[in-house]
Design a protein around this ligand. Structure first.
Ligand SMILES: [Ca+2]
Ligand SMILES: [Ca+2]
Length: 189
């Protein structure tokens, strides 16, 4: 179904809310972060990811990246994160962290440009050298990519691919955008 240009590494959304959510070990953690409204906002997410050690000894995620993480999985378009969305984010983040660590062999907290390209390819994206170059220019610091930038890159790449795929109804790798639609897509990722 998907042509090779799309990322293959992410599946669809889990369906309905399974029963016994309260029994989920993650639930207590989720509700502590979410607070009164039962929803995680971008600043709550930023605090939680920093405290949970998800970013480890790495730099904390920027508020912008946290906003993007929420948007990426915000199926009900609430702008905040419910429990199921949060669970999905944890899975996605763990996957990215595993990928990152497998390339950061010396545990320096950053990967080299070449390794970023390999990581992107490993995740199933089929990009030209030119596209890889754009990514490098945007996310590298002295030709190295720290973890928070890596995640920021992964979030954006996935969100843009999702948006593109939605408009590429014939799944041929081509889509047409109206100007306003294009602006909406690019300004929201
Ligand atoms: Ca909240
Ligand atoms: Ca939501």
């Amino acid at each position: 179904m998907a042509y090779p240009g799309y990322g293959a590494g992410y599946g669809g959304a889990p369906g309905g809310v399974p029963g016994g959510v309260q029994q989920d070990p993650l639930y207590g953690y989720f509700s502590a972060i979410a607070g009164q409204d039962g929803q995680i906002s971008p600043d709550e997410l930023q605090r939680c990811l920093t405290q949970s050690g998800m970013s480890g000894s790495y730099q904390p995620f920027s508020l912008d990246t946290c906003r993007l993480m929420i948007n990426m999985l915000d199926r009900d378009m609430s702008g905040t994160m419910g429990f199921q969305e949060f669970k999905e984010l944890c899975q996605v983040l763990n996957g990215w962290k595993t990928t990152f660590m497998s390339f950061d062999r010396d545990r320096s907290g950053a990967v080299e440009g070449q390794e970023l390209q390999q990581a992107i390819t490993t995740m199933g994206y089929n990009l030209s050298p030119q596209a890889m170059n754009c990514i490098m220019k945007r996310y590298s610091v002295n030709n190295r990519i720290p973890f928070d930038e890596f995640v920021s890159c992964c979030v954006r790449l996935r969100a843009l691919t999702d948006q593109f795929r939605r408009r590429d109804t014939s799944q041929t790798g081509n889509a047409s955008f109206q100007y306003d639609d294009f602006i909406q897509v690019t300004m929201s990722v």
